[in-house]
Structure formats: structure tokens, C-alpha cells
Design a protein around this ligand. Structure first.
Ligand SMILES: Cc1ncc(COP(=O)(O)O)c(C=O)c1O
Length: 427
């Protein structure tokens, strides 16, 4: 993997400035993906949203807004992040939508205060909205009975998915909404990218057919949202989605659904990972190289211990997800060896080189030594936003590189951050 992907900035210098581990974002990579989606949705009646759960860093949101990419938020606080980035919550168009299966914390209050479009994922949420005094437009997140995510454990549609309202129950939910003074203006489904590119395209077509069939039951619907899920090729040489063909699918869907409804239907998509996955790298330092040796229990391994763990990037531990890994400025002719990259957490699963069955999978990498810098690539989506301070290790800083200049966009969490909310007050 080319080191020059980071705009020529010296990672060793950065590591000295901010310490390791850290996240580093390449603004040009985010911009290229934004431009690709903007081109994809350039036709009238198409609208892109950004599923900001993938990465809510302020400079990312600012660039989305500059290109009129709307927002899909999942919590009241994500809505407030969008607002802080300049999105107009009270805009006539639903620039910010709140898609959630459960109202929690300030979500209802944010909907009531700002009128952002709630896209609800379970029937009782309609009553909860009405009880909270909200009587405006709503979206219905429908489980269309099919679909699944980038790995099998990511279940985004079908009988075993927790998301959305089961398709047979959706019309009843819409009738209940009307009784509560709510109007269903948007139909939504997010069925995920599927493990293969082919599956994404066929799922999307299937979803358009599904909405074409049920649209007549929702006379107030103005928009159909096909969700996110555009796949990112994490593995070298993995096939990429044909965006031209997808654009054609969207344009055809827009005119078909509009014709069928007898009014203009806006067709939305809301990718998350595609926008940001390749834009960030986790930079971590080798602290030691240690070995186990074969015995009757199994083969021995080379463990390269690094200072990043699943608290920093949970995807490999959570999903067995694959991320490309390289060593900063490793000589091209460097010797390689099968290597396990493991982190500091007190969990045996704190390993970045795993397979889909979540077992150790040694990777052929340059022989490493303490102080080498290891780059974990394609960490922009569900990277920092899913990070935690497990083991009371502070969350890593984030660095944003724009035109060769690095900016600190969040600092490392320190002890005082970790205990700031703690108290011992009688209730
Ligand atoms: C409702 C909804 N929309 C969009 C997305 C974005 O999916 P992806 O990042 O795969 O594009 C998700 C992901 O969880 C989602 O739940």
C-alpha cells in the first residue's frame, strides 16, 4: 500500500506530535468520494444523504453540506452535530432525517424542537411521537423481508433483522400515524451492501420493485429512500460497484415511481461507508515482537504488539472485518513473515488480523521491530465513531490532512475526560 496516499505527510513526524495511536484522514479522498456520489445523484428528483454514523468528524460534515448532501442521523446528538456543521434543521426540505429504532436521550426533544424528519423503525414510535406533541411528517423505515450487510452478522433486512417495520405491518402503521395526526411522507429501507457487489445491485433493483408495488398504499409519500450500503473494496483487487449502472438504476426508479404515483417522487440514497471508508488510517506503534512456539495445542505465531486495540478500531474484532495493513516506509525488499497484529487490551480477541470466523489469521507482513509504525487502512467508516475508551484507555486523537497540511481535529482523551461524568449523588 502506497505511503504517499497521505499527501506526503511524514507519519513519523505526526506520531511525535500527537502520540500513537492516532487517526489520520485524507481530505482529498473524502472529496473524491463526495464528488462521485454528487455525480451519481445529479439528475432531477435524486438526492444523496450521508449516513453520518460512519464518521461524524466536523470537516467531513462541512464538505457534505458544501455539496448539498443531506444527512441521515441516528440519534438526537447526531442531529445536533449536523446542526453544528451548519445544516438547517428547520429547512422546508428534510435536509436532516433521524432514522432510529428507538427514541433515546434527547431524540424526541430534538424532533419536537427542530422538526427534523423522524424516520421511525417500530410502530409504537408513532404513538411516542404524538404523545411528545409532534404532529408533522414522518418516514417509515420498512423491513422489506430481504437483504443483509457486508458480513453475515450484519443483518439489515429479513425475518432475523431487528430494523424497521415488517412490510406487512407498515400500512397499518401508516393508518395509525394518520389517526395520530402524523403524515407518512417518506418510505425507507436500508438493506445493506450484501457480501458481494452483485448482491448489492440485485438487492437495490429488488427494493425498487418492492416500493413500486407498495407505493399506492401511501398517498402522501413524497420520497422513497433506498438506504445506504454502497460497498467499499476493503480487500486488494476486490470488485467495485459500477456507479454508472447504479446511477441508471436510480434515474429509472425515479421516473417509474413518479409515474406510478402520479406525482414527483424524490428518490434518495444514504451511503455511509462509501463516502469515508478509504479516507482514514489508524497509525499505531509497534511496542514489541514476541513469539509462541508450536506444541500439542497448535502452531506457534509471531505476535507484533501495537498500541492500538479494538477500542480504537473495533471492526476486525466485531465482524472479523478485513483491513489492509502496511508498515510505514518498509523497504520494498524487506523480508516478510506470517504475523498476528495484536493490541493492548485485556481481551484475547484484541487482534487486527482475523478471519470471518473470528479466528487468528496470520498475515504476510514485513518483519517488524519495536517503534515501527503500522498503518491500518480504510478505517474511515465505523472507525473513530465506533471507538471506545475500554480499559480506560483514552480515545485516540484525529488528524485531518488538507492540501498537505495536518490539522488536529480532536485530541487524545485523558484521565479527566474519562471521569468527567462520574458522580456520587443521592437520588
Ligand atoms: C438506516 C441506515 N442508513 C444508511 C446506513 C449506511 O450504511 P453503509 O455505511 O453501509 O452505506 C446504515 C448503516 O448502518 C443504516 O442503518
Amino acid at each position: 500500500m502506497a505511503d504517499d496516499a497521505l499527501q506526503g505527510v511524514d507519519m513519523r513526524w505526526l506520531a511525535e506530535r500527537v502520540g500513537t495511536p492516532f487517526y489520520v484522514y485524507d481530505a482529498a479522498v473524502v472529496q473524491a468520494r463526495i464528488d462521485a456520489i454528487t455525480a451519481l445523484t445529479a439528475a432531477p428528483g435524486l438526492q444523496a444523504r450521508y449516513a453520518m454514523k460512519a464518521c461524524s468528524a466536523a470537516p467531513v460534515l462541512a464538505r457534505m453540506r458544501a455539496k448539498n448532501i443531506w444527512i441521515d442521523a441516528v440519534s438526537g446528538n447526531e442531529v445536533l452535530r449536523a446542526r453544528a456543521a451548519g445544516y438547517a434543521l428547520e429547512a422546508a426540505e428534510p435536509e436532516v432525517m433521524l432514522t432510529t429504532d428507538v427514541f433515546r436521550d434527547n431524540a424526541l426533544e430534538v424532533v419536537r424542537t427542530y422538526g427534523v424528519l423522524p424516520n421511525i423503525g417500530s410502530p409504537a414510535m408513532l404513538r411516542q411521537l404524538a404523545a411528545a406533541g409532534y404532529h408533522g411528517p414522518v418516514g417509515l423505515r420498512i423491513n422489506p423481508g430481504f437483504g443483509h450487510g457486508h458480513v453475515h452478522s450484519c443483518d439489515t433486512g429479513g425475518p432475523s433483522s431487528k430494523h424497521g417495520i415488517w412490510y406487512d405491518d407498515a400500512v397499518r402503521a401508516a393508518e395509525a400515524a394518520t389517526r395520530d395526526g402524523l403524515t407518512v411522507t417518506l418510505l425507507h429501507a436500508h438493506i445493506g451492501s450484501g457480501p458481494t457487489v452483485q448482491e448489492f445491485s440485485s438487492n437495490m433493483q429488488h427494493l425498487v420493485d418492492f416500493f413500486a408495488e407498495c407505493l399506492a398504499a401511501y398517498p402522501q409519500a413524497q420520497a422513497v429512500n433506498l438506504g445506504g450500503g454502497i460497498p467499499h473494496p476493503y480487500r486488494p483487487g476486490a470488485p467495485t460497484v459500477d456507479l454508472d449502472a447504479f446511477g441508471q438504476l436510480l434515474r429509472t426508479a425515479q421516473s417509474r415511481l413518479s409515474q406510478q404515483a402520479g406525482r414527483a417522487i424524490r428518490v434518495e440514497i444514504e451511503p455511509g461507508r462509501y463516502f469515508v471508508a478509504p479516507a482514514a488510517t489508524v497509525v499505531t506503534r509497534v511496542t514489541d515482537v514476541k513469539r509462541t512456539h508450536a506444541n500439542s495445542k497448535g502452531p506457534g505465531h509471531t505476535f507484533v504488539m501495537v498500541d492500538a486495540g479494538f477500542g480504537d478500531l473495533v471492526r476486525p474484532a466485531m465482524y472479523g472485518a478485513f483491513h489492509q495493513i502496511s508498515v510505514w516506509h518498509a523497504a520494498p525488499e524487506a523480508a516478510t513473515e506470517p504475523t498476528i497484529i495484536a493490541g493492548p487490551l485485556c481481551e484475547s480477541g484484541d487482534v487486527f488480523t482475523r478471519d470471518d470466523a473470528e479466528l487468528l489469521q496470520p498475515r504476510l507482513l514485513p518483519t517488524m521491530h519495536p517503534d515501527d509504525l503500522v498503518l491500518i487502512h480504510d478505517a474511515g467508516a465505523y472507525g473513530y465513531t465506533m471507538s471506545s475508551n475500554y480499559n480506560s484507555l483514552g480515545r485516540a486523537p484525529q488528524v485531518w490532512i488538507d492540501r498537505g497540511i495536518p490539522y488536529l481535529i480532536s485530541r487524545r482523551e485523558i484521565f479527566e475526560d474519562l471521569v468527567r461524568t462520574e458522580c456520587f449523588s443521592a437520588l
